[in-house]
Ligand binder design. Structure first.
Ligand SMILES: *[C@@H]1O[C@H](CO)[C@@H](O)[C@H](O)[C@H]1NC(C)=O
Ligand SMILES: *[C@@H]1O[C@H](CO)[C@@H](O)[C@H](O)[C@H]1NC(C)=O
Ligand SMILES: *[C@@H]1O[C@H](CO)[C@@H](O)[C@H](O)[C@H]1NC(C)=O
Ligand SMILES: *[C@@H]1O[C@H](CO)[C@@H](O)[C@H](O)[C@H]1NC(C)=O
Ligand SMILES: *[C@@H]1O[C@H](CO)[C@@H](O)[C@H](O)[C@H]1NC(C)=O
Ligand SMILES: *[C@@H]1O[C@H](CO)[C@@H](O)[C@H](O)[C@H]1NC(C)=O
Ligand SMILES: CC(=O)N[C@H]1CO[C@H](CO)[C@@H](O)[C@@H]1O
Length: 481
């Protein structure tokens, strides 16, 4: 078999050297880096099809998910993905493409609901929601389908988007401990852990996550990616299992020296650093926890009640706690037992006057006296902060947008730290990002600042995942099969 392939390769190279000019093999995009635009060029030109693209991505997932480095980034594969790809290929051939997303494989965080008739579950990583039947596709999924995107599968995450308790980022009962691809057992951060890891090494062209508090920003930072958390309300949250991530933070050391003293922003006229000021606004924000716990209780209960069926019987947080206790081997394995946020949510009343008062205080601290005040006081268009950890807090409380871009990598001699029972942070070569924060609906400005910075530095391209973490399958491998 191996000999055959070598022979074939020899023959092919001989042939192509004979008629180099007349038969130039189209250059196929490298799936580690391929952008949607690049893929569309190849699809439109007929260099490959969406069926090949799906096959290639599935092979890449297979290489690294449970085998090799066991990244545990992906939870489920959509059994209908290849069929959807074939239909979309035909449609492209006959009528052209519907949109930039036509025939593009997308992975969804497992808290984003998908029509059960496709065969996929929507569980937020919990056995308590296995085989539950959602009333509908999530709003964002409807739009993706309409645009012609292919739903490739569901992604592992911090269970219930880190709203269950003090659990390691990237762990869920169903998926186990997901890890990053830049160092063995690297903390992927969370809660959109697998969304970050899968995007970082090209397991799909697009991955979707969700953020209440750092859930996109942090995994994007840890995985050498550009991430956008839009202003709350700008994208549909319908059909997304509601989250309240506020449990795991502090743990991350921020290399301030790097951020303040490297020439990252000093020479750029469009941004200024208001690092210390922003840190000061963060201190009194412990109130966030109470508000988010109340939200969690109300919204998660509403989600449970909208399910058409849930075979586990779970319809409330109290029942979920009981389910986890009764199924401890699945949901509370050693070192992953905590459900303290659920316990607190069970015991609180709901939206009383304290809740509304704190909500107003938080809004005031995060937005009016936080980000907006900092912007106004220094006449700034945006705040620039290191992405890891606590820096997302003011923006998350305010519901304001954040754009994160790669900033650097930990040096080879960094002392390896423990992040979770099975994960490390920092570690040599592990990426960290830079966040651009602004006022409500300032996405376009933030994106342009971040884009300018990113184009100038090209940090993502400076380093790849560790060898085993890089999937080897490319389009050529599935086309030749
Ligand atoms: C959804 O969960 C059920 C029950 O475990 C399983 O049989 C099915 O294969 C899952 N769907 C996918 C696409 O993995
Ligand atoms: C799910 O998909 C099936 C098959 O396409 C369709 O008949 C059904 O109406 C969809 N259900 C929902 C709730 O979207
Ligand atoms: C940044 O550099 C300046 C000058 O080299 C130094 O005085 C200052 O202490 C540094 N700041 C930090 C936070 O390291
Ligand atoms: C919330 O924060 C405000 C302002 O810092 C403070 O006055 C209040 O005591 C805090 N409440 C709780 C419950 O921490
Ligand atoms: C609101 O609920 C919280 C938690 O249940 C409680 O600590 C607080 O005292 C309540 N506030 C009022 C005004 O009853
Ligand atoms: C790591 O290497 C750098 C550059 O060689 C050096 O400045 C630094 O002190 C080293 N740090 C540790 C912890 O050894
Ligand atoms: C697609 C995939 O590999 N899913 C796996 C995710 O992890 C769970 C737990 O190990 C497996 O059962 C799934 O097959």
């Amino acid at each position: 078999m191996l000999v055959m392939r070598v022979l074939y390769a020899l023959l092919a190279s001989l042939m192509s050297s004979l008629d180099d000019a007349s038969d130039p093999r189209p250059a196929l995009p490298d799936l580690y880096e391929a952008s949607v635009t690049e893929l569309q060029v190849g699809l439109d030109a007929g260099h490959f099809t969406s069926v090949y693209l799906v096959k290639a991505y599935l092979a890449r997932i297979d290489e690294v998910n449970l085998k090799g480095p066991e990244l545990r980034a992906v939870l489920e594969i959509n059994p209908s993905a290849l069929g959807q790809a074939a239909i979309l290929d035909k449609e492209r051939e006959r009528f052209g493409r519907r949109s930039l997303l036509h025939g593009i494989p997308v992975l969804l965080k497992d808290n984003i609901a998908t029509n059960v008739s496709e065969g996929m579950n929507t569980t937020a990583g919990s056995f308590g929601l296995l085989r539950s039947i959602v009333p509908d596709d999530a709003g964002v999924v409807k739009r993706l389908r309409k645009a012609g995107a292919i739903i490739l599968g569901k992604i592992n995450l911090s269970e219930f988007s880190q709203a269950r308790g003090k659990l390691a980022s990237g762990w869920s009962g169903r998926g186990g401990q997901g890890t990053g691809a830049y160092f063995p057992h690297a903390d992927p951060c969370g809660s959109s852990s697998g969304s970050g890891v899968a995007a970082s090494i090209g397991l799909a062209a697009i991955t979707l996550g969700s953020e209440t508090d750092g859930s996109i920003t942090c995994p994007w930072s840890n995985n050498n990616l550009v991430g956008i958390k839009p202003t709350v309300g700008l994208t549909s949250r319908a059909g997304v299992i509601p989250i309240s991530n506020h449990a795991i933070r502090k743990r991350i050391g921020v290399p301030r020296r790097v951020f303040l003293n490297e020439s990252i922003t000093r020479n750029d006229p469009f941004v200024n650093v208001a690092f210390e000021e922003a840190l000061q606004t963060i201190e009194p924000l412990g109130n966030e926890t109470f508000v988010l716990t109340v939200d969690l209780k109300i919204q998660l209960t509403a989600y449970f009640n909208e399910l058409l069926t849930n075979p586990s019987g779970v319809r409330s947080i109290a029942q979920l706690i009981q389910f986890n206790d009764n199924n401890a081997q699945l949901e509370k394995p050693p070192r992953y037992e905590d459900q303290s946020i659920f316990l607190r949510a069970r015991s609180i009343e709901g939206m009383n006057s304290t809740y509304y008062a704190l909500l107003a205080t938080n809004k005031d601290l995060g937005a009016t006296r936080g980000i907006d005040a900092a912007l106004k006081a220094h006449n700034l268009d945006a705040l620039v902060l290191p992405a890891p950890g606590f820096t997302t807090v003011p923006a998350d409380i305010a519901g304001y947008p954040i754009v994160t871009v790669p900033l650097g990598f930990y040096p080879s001699n960094v002392t390896i730290g423990l992040a979770g029972p099975e994960t490390v942070y920092p570690a040599p070569g592990v990426p960290f990002g830079l966040s651009f924060l602004g006022t409500a609906f300032s996405e376009m400005e933030l994106i342009s600042f971040a884009f300018a910075y990113e184009q100038k530095t090209q940090t993502r391209l400076k380093r790849k995942a560790f060898f085993e973490g890089i999937p080897k399958t490319q389009l050529i491998d599935v086309i030749e099969k």
